[in-house]
Design a binder for this molecule. Structure first.
Ligand code: GDP
Length: 231
């Protein structure tokens, strides 16, 4: 998307513009087709305890994935607030659950896994927090599990798949960074990754936080899951 500011200060701006009346403006702000862009959202807090009680108790949709998978970028794109979750240059440092409140539910950002430099103690702490959350959280309505479409599942991804399966919770696998592939290469790669994970097409959503592919579809699935509906 081109920004209006750049256009005004470039060649066209100096010449006073040479355009004709014809093309509609692209939408610069909230996307009206995205149900999360029209809802207010606020950061509630960061908590180190899987059993934390939040007030009011509302359904929770949790986000989980390997460090650097694009989780913060996806959360920001989903809710249309570029600065809400921190896009990090040094991944894997947080071991906290971040809660964001929407009117009818919470989005819960679980810490990223698979951080290469994490020591044994940090890994054990991570596992305790996340398994505790997945197993015991009665308000957990669904999990969005992120995987980078370019990579085969790592050992940590496969371990997470086992934990998610054991939890018995509804899971949607979201393949991130789809813009990194060519349009023609995307479907074959998506099938390949789905097959490697034993996932059916209706368990997958392709996304790109950069091109916004699949973002409003994912937002709709989240709203439906939080309301206890199958989307
Ligand atoms: P997190 O560690 O999972 O929260 O990942 P971040 O959101 O911090 O993103 C990690 C890196 O991937 C950053 O450099 C982002 O700019 C980049 N990134 C995230 N999402 C996308 C995407 O959809 N497309 C592209 N091309 N890059 C992305």
């Amino acid at each position: 998307m081109r920004s209006a500011g750049k256009r005004g200060s470039g060649e066209a701006g100096k010449k006073g513009g040479t355009g004709a009346l014809g093309a509609p403006l692209s939408h610069p702000g909230p996307d009206p087709s995205n149900p999360l862009h029209i809802r207010p959202i606020e950061f509630v807090g960061s908590f180190p305890d899987a059993l934390v009680s939040v007030d009011p108790a509302l359904p929770e949709i949790a986000f989980i994935g390997r460090s650097n998978v694009g989780k913060s970028s996806l959360l920001n794109a989903l809710v249309g607030r570029p600065g809400l979750a921190r896009v990090s240059g040094s991944p894997g440092k947080t071991t906290l659950l971040n809660f964001y409140r929407l009117p009818e539910f919470y989005l819960v950002d679980l810490p990223g896994y698979g951080f290469a430099r994490a020591g044994k103690g940090a890994r054990a702490g991570y596992r305790k927090l996340v398994t505790g959350y997945l197993r015991t959280r009665s308000s957990l309505a669904g999990i969005v599990w992120l995987l980078d479409i370019r990579h085969q599942p790592s050992a940590d991804d496969l371990e997470m798949q086992t934990l998610l399966a054991e939890s018995g919770r509804p899971v949607l696998a979201v393949f991130t960074k789809a813009d990194k592939l060519t349009r023609s290469g995307l479907p074959a790669r998506a099938n390949e990754l789905a097959e490697a994970l034993g996932l059916q097409p209706d368990q997958i959503q392709l996304t790109s936080s950069q091109s916004k592919l699949g973002i409003s579809e994912l937002a709709a699935s989240i709203v439906a899951a939080a309301a206890g509906e199958d989307s």
